[in-house]
Design a binder for this molecule. Sequence first.
Ligand SMILES: C[S@@+](CC[C@H](N)C(=O)[O-])C[C@H]1O[C@@H](n2cnc3c(N)ncnc32)[C@H](O)[C@@H]1O
Length: 233
Amino acid sequence: MRNYASYYGIPFFTDKLNSDIIPNNLLSEMRNPNAAYWSNFYSDLHELPLEPSNFAFYTARFLQGLAEKNSYKNILDIGCGNGRDSYFLSSQGYTVTGIDLCSKIEVDNFQFLQKNILDHEFDGFDVCYLRFVIHTLTESECVQLFARLALMPPKTLIAFETRSTTNITKEEKLETFFKSPIGDEHFRMLYSKNYMDNMLENFIILESSDSADVAKFKTENPYCLRYFINPKL
Ligand SMILES: C[S@@+](CC[C@H](N)C(=O)[O-])C[C@H]1O[C@@H](n2cnc3c(N)ncnc32)[C@H](O)[C@@H]1O
C-alpha cells in the first residue's frame, strides 16, 4: 500500500483522523488519497467529456426495463465528477442528487453536494449510481461503502461501473498508479469479476459483466465491470 503522506506532509492513518483536531474539509481530503488529484482534475474543465457516459444510457435503459420502473424516481450519483451523467439522468425525468468531493461544479437542474461519500447518508434514494468511482477508492473505503449500501431497502437499485483487472493482471485485485489520456498519474484499485462477486455477498446481483468497448475514451478501451444489484433482505 502506497503511503499518501506526501499529499499533506503528515502520516496517513485513517482510523486516527479526528475532526476535533483537524478541520472537516481537510479531514475529508485526508481520508481519500485521490482528493487532491480530483480537485485539480476538475479545476480545468475544458478537456473533460460533457456528454453522458455509455453507462448512463445503459442504466437509463435498465431502469426502463424494470417491472416496477415507476417506483424509481430519486437517483444519487455518487462521485458525480463534472455532473455529466447527473444532467443526463435528470433529463430523463429522474430527480438527481450528485455528490462529489470536487467543488467546481455549478448546476441548475439537479442538486449537487460537495461531500465525502463516506460521510453521507444514503436514505431516501431509489437508485445509487456510481460510475468510475469504485476504482478511485481504496479497498477498505470500498468495503465501507458497500457495507453502507447493503443497509438500504432491498428494492434499492445500485448501478456501478468500474475498471477491471482483465488484460492488466491475472491477480484478483491490483493497486495501480497510471496515467489516463487526460490528467496525471493517479491511484486506481482494480478488481477481477470473481473478486467483486465475492465482495457483493450482501447483495443480489441482477446483472453483471466484464467487457471492453463500453468505456472507450481517446486511446483507452479498458475492460470494465458493470453491476446492477439490490441489497439482500
Ligand atoms: C473518475 S471520476 C468519475 C466521475 C463521473 N462519475 C464520471 O463518470 O464522469 C471519480 C470521481 O469520484 C470522486 N470521488 C472519489 N472519492 C470520493 C469520495 N470519497 N467522496 C466523494 N467523491 C469522491 C472524485 O472526486 C471524482 O470526481
